[in-house]
Write a protein that binds this ligand. Structure first.
Ligand code: HEC
Ligand code: HEC
Ligand code: HEC
Length: 439
């Protein structure tokens, strides 16, 4: 009797322990999955502006027409509640959903194919147990037949999408920081989907460093220039230290620059949440990429522009526009104010061969991304309504040739062309805009 009692109690205690233990393990797995979802930036595309997280419905413009991201909450009717692990894995890494439809590559499965099976398990645990179900039916794509047929995507996948990885991921804090950084950049963080130029079928010209020097060599995205992340002299990250890159990804700014365009959303939804080991690994990996070389230019402290701006003598027309519209924040020396107003002297945005981002920020303005590390979001007013194409061409040409800058002149025709592209809507890798109202 006594023995039976004891063993029943022991059994109960054992069960309680086992289930408690299992719960603790699940919670850890769900938390790990949440971190992986941040690194994958799933929320940015799968959340409509003002909508519930992961419930889908964000419109994404593709060359064939508009498509909508889907509901990936665990709602069984409208979301992915009935997906088992294999179906989830096949959608995220293989680009085929549970119903057997090929996904449009606006979903970055060619990058997610690099995610390891163990990270996929944690991601699945998070989506099933850490995300609140939302009942929200998916919207069909606005693509007319025959382009709406999904089977040709099979050919695209065969040509361009790698098969899912089988190796375990180098863990966060791994001694092999380069391997960890590479894992994050080419896979979960899919930096290349914006920073790598695309080919004839809109495929990324290189999916990793191994595929060639096109990888992360810079590309236009949604009317902004996602610059080269290679060591490409003045245009790339040659002048950035590992610490600059870490600070930028964590806070959305450095003393000299601030994130804008699609990069704001990347920082706000994804990189600001990565731990310092992972950010350092990413920075080391980027710095390990080669590039066209070429030294970053040195700051020339005494520039005629500064004197002309201060005295008003020999001031070109663009200098006058600068004094009236920009100098209050960016200062007559073009040095800005550290962490508040970006530096224009030697800025890669200012000097870039393609002036798209520079012209656009003058036309539209921008408000910085608020992050936990840098909560104050300073703004720049859009001046497109006040400055005509010639004013903008003159002022950007002025700043591209002042304070040691070396950019080629920009014409009023260039400005007119960029003005037109701004109104033509977002392209595949389109995000929620953190705060669309400039200033
Ligand atoms: C750059 C935008 C983007 C990002 C980032 C993104 N997705 Fe998607 N995803 C999409 C789009 C668009 C679709 C729908 C594609 C289609 O209709 O063919 C989709 C489809 C899916 C589907 C298929 C659902 C179904 O029922 O058909 C799953 C599952 C999914 N995404 C999960 C994820 C996860 C998990 C992440 C983060 C690791 C993620 N997505 C990140 C854009 C994105
Ligand atoms: C949604 C598209 C998108 C993705 C994904 C993306 N970027 Fe960017 N990135 C941009 C754009 C657009 C710019 C130019 C605006 C700017 O300079 O902030 C940019 C600029 C940058 C800059 C230069 C900032 C400056 O002012 O010179 C760095 C560094 C950078 N990105 C790193 C990364 C890294 C690392 C990743 C992956 C973790 C990444 N980006 C993913 C769009 C993207
Ligand atoms: C009220 C202050 C203010 C004024 C006036 C202003 N700016 Fe800005 N500027 C900013 C702020 C703040 C940012 C950062 C915005 C962001 O990151 O979203 C910025 C960013 C920029 C950038 C991007 C720099 C980088 O590397 O990130 C350029 C280029 C620029 N401004 C040029 C100009 C020009 C040219 C004018 C005048 C036509 C001008 N600005 C007027 C405050 C101002």
């Amino acid at each position: 009797m006594m023995t039976r009692h004891l063993s029943a109690a022991a059994l109960l205690a054992g069960l309680a322990f086992a289930s408690g233990g299992a719960h603790a393990a699940d919670d850890a797995q769900v938390a790990r999955g949440a971190y992986i979802a941040r690194a994958g930036d799933c929320v940015a595309c799968h959340t409509a502006t003002g909508g519930a997280p992961f419930a889908g419905g964000l419109a994404i413009q593709t060359p064939m027409g508009r498509i909508y991201s889907t509901n990936i909450t665990p709602d069984p009717e409208t979301g992915i509640g009935t997906y088992d692990f294999a179906a989830f894995d096949r959608a995220v890494r293989g680009g085929v959903n549970q119903a057997g439809h090929r996904l449009y590559p606006a979903m970055p499965y060619p990058s997610y194919a690099r995610v390891s099976p163990d990270d996929m398990q944690a991601l699945y645990a998070y989506f099933m147990h850490g995300v609140k179900p939302q009942h929200q039916p998916n919207r069909p794509a606005d693509i007319a037949w025959p382009l709406s047929m999904r089977w040709p995507l099979m050919v695209w996948d065969a040509m361009f999408a790698p098969s899912p990885a089988t190796a375990t991921a180098p863990p966060s804090g791994s001694a092999d920081q380069l391997a960890r950084g590479r894992y994050l950049v080419v896979g979960l963080e899919h930096c290349g989907s914006c920073h790598t130029p695309r080919g004839f079928a809109l495929q990324e010209k290189a999916l990793t460093d191994v595929d060639g020097t096109a990888y992360l060599s810079g590309a236009p995205i949604d009317g902004w220039l996602a610059k080269s992340l290679r060591s490409d002299g003045p245009d790339g990250l040659s002048a950035w230290s590992v610490r600059d890159i870490v600070t930028f990804l964590k806070t959305g700014r450095t003393d000299q620059v601030a994130a804008f365009g699609g990069m704001k959303d990347v920082v706000v939804h994804s990189t600001q949440y990565l731990n310092d080991d992972d950010l350092t690994a990413i920075a080391l990996y980027l710095k390990s990429l080669g590039g066209k070389g070429g030294a970053a230019p040195a700051l020339r402290p005494d520039a005629t522009a500064t004197t002309a701006l201060r005295t008003g003598h020999d001031l070109p027309r663009g200098g006058r526009v600068f004094l009236d519209n920009c100098a209050a924040c960016h200062r007559t020396g073009g040095q800005g104010y550290d962490g508040v107003f970006p530096r224009l002297a030697l800025s890669s945005v200012v000097n870039s061969a393609d002036p798209m981002s520079l012209v656009r920020i003058v036309l539209e303005g921008s408000r910085m991304a608020p992050t936990a590390g840098a909560p104050a979001a300073f703004g720049m007013p859009g001046l497109g309504w006040r400055l005509d194409d010639r004013d903008v061409a003159d002022v950007v040409t002025f700043i591209r040739t002042s304070w040691g800058n070396h950019g080629a002149p920009v014409s009023a025709e260039d400005v007119a062309r960029i003005r037109r592209t701004i109104n033509s809507g977002p392209t595949p890798e389109s995000r929620n805009t953190v705060d669309p109202s400039p200033s």
